[in-house]
Write a protein that binds this ligand. Structure first.
Ligand SMILES: [Zn+2]
Ligand SMILES: [Zn+2]
Length: 102
């Protein structure tokens, strides 16, 4: 067993999967932001207002570091605001390969 230092393991990230939740009240149909992180927007009578909340929520999320951005979001099931461990690992492999080659 070597005493290699392992890179710090990131805390399990909160997943953000914001959606527009539909409901109904006295004024008719309602729309609200509902995210898997627990964020709930206010109820709105117009969908675009809920979408506004959604965009605001996404815009408020921390930016993903360049090396952690996903290059294959569909296959890896990542959103633009989510770091991708798979792609990050690939990046490290690339770096190692480049170091070996040089
Ligand atoms: Zn969220
Ligand atoms: Zn990825």
């Amino acid at each position: 067993m070597s005493a290699k230092t392992t890179p710090p393991v990131p805390v399990a990230p909160v997943r953000h999967r914001p959606q527009i939740e539909r409901g109904a009240d006295a004024c008719g149909k309602t729309y609200r932001l509902a995210c898997t992180c627990g964020t709930r927007g206010e109820e709105h009578c117009a969908r675009h207002l809920a979408e506004w909340d959604l965009n605001e929520h996404v815009a408020g999320l921390p930016k993903v570091a360049t090396g952690q951005q996903c290059r294959d979001p569909k296959r890896h099931d990542r959103r633009p605001w989510e770091p991708c461990g798979l792609c990050e690992r690939q990046e490290l492999l690339f770096d190692l390969a480049a170091e070996v080659a040089s």
